[in-house]
Each structure stands twice: as structure tokens, then as C-alpha cells.
Design a protein around this ligand. Structure first.
Ligand code: ATP
Ligand code: MG
Length: 776
């Protein structure tokens, strides 16, 4: 065993070496909180604590995997395997599977993701014939979600006149009824939503003392990372489980509490000392992540918050460069600046794509950045937003798989019963839904009994329904003998899904087929990986659980070198050498919706603190003069947070009075025009290998095929093609079809056409007077 204790400073060592009791580590960003948790687990095991008795709760499953890998290095893989580690949702979903029957759920219950939940809420609002402009389904869902996270059940809601009054005041007097219908429908479908995973765990632990005792004895040591962002429901679970042995270690930073909107409660930190006997509080002060400049800049910002615990954060790291701030005209230009700056930094400093992160306040901002990165062939990976598992074709096939495991899963059934089209229309579905309500059965059960119920559905349609049900049941039989990979392969073929996509020969269609292939690869990996886990079999149920609980962080292919794009919320706990924070504008960041109270503004400021403290070497901030928002071009003002950074720590990339054009070392101006004479000078000499960070062709190919498929991509702004400039071999970029190479040019003047071999597949002949091509 290596001497890992030496890799801790004195302040970090204290909580690691305190084996028993309740303790809390409160410390600023980058000071080693996560490292303390990791090493503490290794230490406990070295002192004879069985891995089975340790429960560690993290913010993402990725963080859990990384911690486990480090612990495995220290204590050995076979021991580390038995640790219980993961997000609250993934850990308690596993426990609920064992105990589901006690709560009246099947053990193969489905997990509804946010989109499933919102669709169901929306269907209920429609069925109740409520005004959808008053009862906005997203708002209603988030209201229900916040009730659940505060442990306000339907019954508790109807016993609480104040809550009912509040909803009535908000012009939604029937919210309680929607809540009730939603809970009933989920239950009937054998489904839990994300909030249920916590709510039902609480129910389990309070209603069944013997179950509580079992898990209290099992999890003798509990550790929680990012404790500042636990909500009430999570707090109660931790408290109940740790109540007997009180061996609990939580780490967090009040200055990084950014989930109040989802019910996270800063009081959990403040009350910790009251909840346990003899709480030891530890503080860490030394930041190991960032340069002095970044640490002090971040301190100067968070200082403006009134509500905070006093903390010191300092670093012995190098001084580092100042935070660079740039102003651009539009978001497209902002994207081009960031892409070019990354390109230049890579060239100058021999860096990898993975050394860069681009952070934004809202998902919608990624589009302009993505366009610019694509044009420069810089591989990137988007976390959140339209992640792999949210693409239509992937959700379709997953819906089939869910239905195979749990035929009562209503949202899955509705999604695919007529996809690919099999002549089961909306009217038939309405009749089935009515019957399901009437008989208190699931839609699938109604279909199974279709010949016995008079639903005024004609014989032809009845046959189609029966065929559908038989197909699903056939797959269900297969689950007994086949693993997740084998079943998915059959489902993709036999349902006609693959065929449907292959018929469509467009680049989007091809990308969809390739995404399905990628899914199959992923499942294969998963099945292989499960072989390492003690009681796992690689079954479809296991796979679906893994997918349902994968946070967006977890699911991206991690093996490739790509720039990371994500919202600031998702970046918590991570670190990157170079960080770009884009859209630093009033009303965007801080968000227009978060400026009504000081508390909201302070949360935005903490979010900015989180963003800045992700950077190890250098941070860039950009803002624009005007930006499209809600379809309108809006004048923008620089964010107050830029102002709040002490002047000592920042510099502007433009002369503040003039218009500034940034000239890059390889001679491109801000609009990306290339000064070819300069470019030639930087070309590698004959015989020298290309720089190692250039993506390989196969990486590029993969990037293109995993590019999100979207129908809205067509409105990209690109200048009209300069007709005479085109020649064979020229690389071009098309807004919709992506990049490609010209393989032929024919015709003259207005009729001039170019034949282009697109990387995403397929040769197309485009009439140049209409086609919008960018030269690469
Ligand atoms: P955050 O608040 O952002 O979650 P954190 O407090 O959890 O940050 P860590 O991620 O644990 O901080 O550590 C930040 C970085 O500093 C990591 O790269 C970690 O490996 C490194 N680090 C932590 N402690 C030490 C140490 N004693 N010596 C060297 N490097 C360290
Ligand atoms: Mg951390």
C-alpha cells in the first residue's frame, strides 16, 4: 500500500485520520474536499472497516467512479469493488429495487426522467381540460417536484390549507388534483420519477423500522460530497441512516451552493452541528487547483455576498495571467472568438482539447459556440442539453426496452405504439386510455384483453394491437435468457426501427442509424463491465437503471480528446486548465429571472464563483453587444460580475474605447478570414509529424457522426458562396450537411454547381446560387 497519507497537507489529514464520529469539512473551492473524502475511505478500509459498510454519496456517478478508481489504487481493486458509491438517486434506486414490494411497486419499476414526467403532467392537464396557458406543464411539474422534495405528499397537501391557498392565489386552484392524478398514474404505471427515488426511500425508512435498522447497520460509515446542495429529502435520508452510529463525514462549501431552485437548503450545513453529538468542524484553506490570480479574483467576487460563512482561501501556486475579458458584437462572433482562441492556445502551448471548457448559464447558448467549433474542426462534447440519451432515436429504442421490462410503463408505450407506424392512431389511443381509466388497468393490460372488451375498435386495428402486444411479450420472454445487448439488437431489428431510419437516406437519417450503433456499442461495454460486479448479470433491467440514472456528465464517451461544453451548474466539482465563461451579460448572467431578491442575486454570484474556480491556469470572460433571445435581437450590457472582479485581476482584450479586432498569431482576424501567407509559415516542416493534439481522422469521423441531429440547424448564418473561388479538393462547410470536400464543379454563372462529398455521408450536387457554403 502506498503512503497516500503523505499526499495530504496537515489540515486535510485531520479529518482523514479521525476514524469515528460526526464531522464536517467546510472549505473553499479547490482545497481538497473531494480528496479528503477519497482518502478517508481508503484510510477506513486500512483500519479494517469492511467496504460493504461504507456508503459514499457524490454529485455525479462520474465523480464516484473516479474516487473508486483512486481508492482501488490504494487498497486494491477487489476490495474497492464492494463500496457503495454513487449519487443519491442511483444508490437509493438500488435499495428501492430490493424493497419495492413493501411499497407496492414491482421490483422492475421504471424510472421516469424529467421529460417523461413533464409529458405525463401535460397529458393530465389536457385530460382535465384546463387552460394550458395558466397551467403551464413545466411550472406545474416543478411545483409537484418541490412538494415531493419537501416531503409534502398528496395527503399532506390536502391537509394543508395554506399550500392550497397559495396555489389558488397563483391562479392554479386545481394543482392538488393534478398532483394526485400524477402520483396515481405513476404508481399504476409501475414508475417512479426522480423525486420518488428520494421520497419513497424516506417512506421506506420511516414506515419500516426493521428496514431502517438493516441499512443503519449496513452503512456504518457515511460520507457526503457537495453537502451544501442536498435538499430536504436527501438530508432526512442521511440523517436517518447515520442516526445509530453517527459516523458521518460531510464536506461542502456554502459559497458553492447553487441548487436552491431545486430545493437545496443551506441550513443543512448550518444545522449539522445541532443534529449530531460532538461534531468536529474542519476547515481547509489552501487551494491546489488555480493560480493566485484566479483564486484572488474569485475571492474578490464572493466577498460581495452578505450571507456567507467567513472563510480563507489562498494558494501557493504561481501568480498566473490575469482574467481576460473580451467584447464581441454578436453571439456568432463570440463563438468564433472562443473557437479561435482555443485553436491558438492549443497551437502555442501544445495543449489537448480536453484542457478546455466552455461554460454558459443556459443550454441554449451552446448553439453558436458549437457552430464555430465545428467550422474549425475542433472536437467538442456537450454535457447536458441534447445529450446522447435524449436524442429521439435513442429515446425511441429505450422506450421499447422499458416496455419489455415493464409493460405497464405508460409513457414508454405511448411513445412507440405507433412508431414505426403500424396503423394505431390517436383515436384508438384515446379509447384505450379511457378504458384503462375505467377499469383501473394499464393500457397494455387493456390491449391484452382487447377481444374481451367492447371498445368499438374495428377488427383490423384489434389485430394490429394484438400483434404489438405479442411482439413485446416475445421480447419479454427473451429477457429470461439473453443479456441487454442481445435483446436490444433484436428489438432494433424486429420492431422495424432500424429499417425505418435506414430508409431515410438523409445525413440526419444516417446519423441516427449510427447513433443506434453507438448505443449498441455502449450496451456491449456495459454488459462486459457488469461481469466485474459481484451480483450483476448484464440484464436489460440493470442497463435501463444505469441509463435512467446517468447524469449527463456520466454518459459521454470519455475516451476521446474533446473540448467540454456545459452549463455552470454541471461544472461543479470539476477542473480544467483553461475555462471560457461566455454570455457574461446582464439578464443572462445574472439571469433576468434571478434578480428579484438579494438571495437570488447572491445565488447567481455563487454560480459565478463556481465558474471561475473551475479554472486552473487561465479564465476568459466574453460578452456581446447584442444577442438573439426568444427570437429577438436584444441589446446587451456587460454583466455586473465583470465589474465586481477587482481590477488587479482582469484585463480587457480590446481597447475599451475603440472597436477592437483581435489578431491571432496565425493571422486570422476576428471573423476567421485567413491570411494565407502567415498560415503557411506555421505549417509543419516536411517530415515533422503533425502536432499530437490534432484530432485524428477517425476521431473527427466519430465526432461528426455523434453530432446531435436537429431539425433547427438550417438557420445558420453563413455568407453566400463566393462562386469563382470554388475548386476541386476545397474543403467546405454547409449549415445542414456539415463539412465536406468538393469533388467536382460544373456549369457556369448562375447555373454553376458543385458536387460535394460530405463527411457525414453522401455526395450532393448543390446549386451555388442558393447553397450557402463556407470555405474551410
Ligand atoms: P471543489 O470545491 O471545486 O469541489 P475540492 O475542495 O473538492 O474542490 P479537490 O477537487 O479535492 O478540491 O482538489 C482540487 C485539486 O487539488 C485536485 O486536482 C486535487 O488533486 C488537488 N489537491 C488537493 N489536495 C492536494 C494536496 N495536498 N497536494 C496536491 N494536490 C492536491
Ligand atoms: Mg469537490
Amino acid at each position: 500500500m502506498e503512503n497516500y497519507i503523505d499526499e495530504l497537507n496537515e489540515a486535510q489529514r485531520a479529518p482523514v485520520l479521525q476514524k469515528d464520529g460526526a464531522m464536517m469539512v467546510i472549505a473553499g473551492a479547490g482545497s481538497g474536499k473531494t480528496r479528503v473524502l477519497t482518502y478517508r475511505i481508503a484510510y477506513l478500509m486500512s483500519k479494517g472497516v469492511d467496504a460493504f459498510n461504507i456508503l459514499s454519496l457524490t454529485f455525479t456517478n462520474k465523480a464516484a467512479r473516479e474516487m473508486k478508481a483512486r481508492i482501488a489504487q490504494i487498497v486494491g481493486n477487489s476490495e474497492a469493488k464492494n463500496l457503495w458509491m454513487g449519487t443519491f438517486h442511483s444508490v437509493f434506486a438500488k435499495i428501492l429495487r430490493f424493497e419495492a414490494d413493501k411499497l407496492g411497486y414491482p421490483s422492475n419499476f421504471t424510472i421516469y426522467d424529467t421529460q417523461d414526467s413533464q409529458r405525463l403532467v401535460s397529458a393530465i392537464i389536457k385530460e382535465m381540460q384546463l387552460d394550458k396557458d395558466v397551467y403551464k406543464y413545466k411550472q406545474v411539474y416543478s411545483r409537484i417536484s418541490s412538494y415531493k422534495n419537501s416531503l409534502i405528499t398528496v395527503k399532506a397537501y390536502f391537509n394543508n390549507p395554506e399550500l392550497q391557498e397559495a396555489d389558488a392565489m397563483a391562479k392554479r386552484p386545481r394543482l392538488g388534483e393534478i398532483y394526485k392524478a400524477y402520483v396515481d398514474r405513476c404508481f399504476k404505471a409501475g414508475a417512479m420519477d426522480f423525486d420518488d427515488l428520494l421520497l419513497r426511500t424516506n417512506e421506506l425508512l420511516t414506515r419500516f423500522p426493521e428496514v431502517l435498522a438493516k441499512y443503519q447497520n449496513r452503512f456504518r460509515y457515511i460520507l457526503v460530497d457537495e453537502y451544501q446542495d442536498t435538499n430536504h429529502s436527501q438530508y432526512l435520508i442521511v440523517k436517518a441512516l447515520s442516526d445509530k452510529f453517527q459516523n458521518i463525514c460531510v464536506v461542502g462549501d456554502d459559497a458553492q451552493s447553487i441548487y436552491a431552485f431545486r430545493g437545496a437548503n443551506i441550513n443543512n450545513i448550518l444545522n449539522f452541528q445541532r443534529d449530531y453529538d460532538d461534531v468536529q468542524v474542519y476547515r481547509l484553506e489552501q487551494n491546489y487547483r488555480s493560480t493566485k490570480n484566479i483564486v484572488e479574483a474569485a475571492n474578490s467576487v464572493i466577498d460581495k455576498n452578505k450571507t456567507k460563512l467567513e472563510k480563507v482561501v489562498w494558494t501557493a501556486n504561481e501568480e498566473g495571467a490575469r482574467i481576460k475579458i473580451n467584447r464581441l458584437v454578436t453571439d456568432a462572433e463570440e463563438g468564433r472568438f472562443v473557437a479561435r482562441s482555443i485553436f491558438d492556445n492549443k497551437m502555442e502551448n501544445q495543449l489537448n482539447n480536453g484542457d478546455f471548457a466552455i461554460l454558459y448559464r443556459t443550454n441554449a447558448q451552446s448553439r453558436a459556440i458549437e457552430d464555430a467549433l465545428r467550422k474549425r474542426d475542433i472536437p467538442y462534447r456537450i454535457y447536458g442539453g441534447l445529450s446522447f440519451y435524449q436524442r429521439k432515436e435513442i429515446k425511441d429504442i429505450l422506450a421499447y426496452l422499458r416496455l419489455v421490462v415493464n409493460p405497464n410503463d405508460e409513457e414508454a408505450l405511448k411513445r412507440i405504439i405507433n412508431f414505426p407506424a403500424r396503423g394505431i392512431g390517436a383515436t384508438t389511443m384515446d379509447k384505450l386510455a379511457l378504458a384503462a381509466n375505467h377499469y383501473q388497468k394499464s393500457i397494455f393490460e387493456i390491449i391484452e384483453n382487447i377481444t374481451r372488451i367492447d371498445l368499438k375498435i374495428n377488427a383490423g386495428t384489434r389485430t394490429k394491437l394484438t400483434n404489438f402486444a405479442n411482439m413485446i411479450k416475445h421480447f419479454e420472454v427473451l429477457t429470461k435468457t439473453k443479456n441487454a445487448f442481445e435483446i436490444t439488437e433484436q428489438v432494433a431489428r424486429q420492431t422495424g426501427l432500424l429499417l425505418e431510419m435506414k430508409k431515410d437516406g438523409t445525413p440526419e437519417g444516417i446519423a441516427r442509424v449510427e447513433n443506434i450503433e453507438e448505443l449498441l456499442n455502449g450496451i456491449k461495454d456495459f454488459v462486459e463491465g457488469q461481469k466485474e460486479i459481484a451480483d450483476a448479470t448484464g440484464s436489460l433491467t440493470e442497463f435501463l437503471e444505469d441509463v435512467a440514472l446517468a447524469t449527463d456528465m456520466d454518459k459521454a464517451q470519455e475516451d476521446e480528446d474533446r473540448v467540454a461544453l456545459m452549463t455552470i451548474h454541471l461544472a461543479k466539482g470539476l477542473e480544467f486548465p483553461y475555462v471560457y465563461i461566455v454570455g457574461m451579460e446582464e439578464d443572462l448572467f445574472p439571469s433576468a429571472m434571478s434578480m428579484n431578491t438579494r438571495a437570488e442575486l447572491e445565488e447567481e454570484r455563487r454560480l459565478f464563483y463556481v465558474a471561475l474556480t473551475r479554472a486552473e491556469k487561465q479564465a476568459f470572460l466574453t460578452y456581446t453587444h447584442s444577442r438573439y433571445r426568444w427570437g429577438k435581437l436584444i441589446d446587451a450590457e456587460p454583466s455586473r460580475f465583470i465589474e465586481e472582479i477587482d481590477d488587479k485581476f482582469k484585463e480587457y482584450l480590446f481597447a475599451q474605447k475603440d472597436n477592437y479586432t483581435y489578431k491571432s498569431p496565425i493571422g486570422r482576424d476576428i471573423f476567421g478570414e485567413v491570411d494565407k501567407s502567415k498560415l503557411r509559415q506555421t505549417k509543419p516542416q516536411k517530415g515533422t509529424p503533425p502536432p499530437s493534439h490534432r484530432p485524428t481522422d477517425s476521431q473527427l469521423k466519430k465526432l461528426r457522426r455523434l453530432r446531435p441531429v436537429s431539425n433547427t440547424e438550417t438557420q445558420q448564418s453563413s455568407s453566400a458562396t463566393k462562386i469563382p473561388a470554388l475548386e476541386k479538393g476545397q474543403r467546405v462547410s454547409h449549415a445542414r450537411f456539415g463539412n465536406g470536400t468538393i469533388v467536382g464543379v460544373e456549369g457556369i454563372g448562375q447555373d454553376k454547381k458543385a458536387e460535394i462529398d460530405f463527411d457525414s455521408g453522401g455526395i450532393k450536387k448543390l446549386l451555388l446560387k442558393f447553397a450557402k457554403l463556407d470555405m474551410l
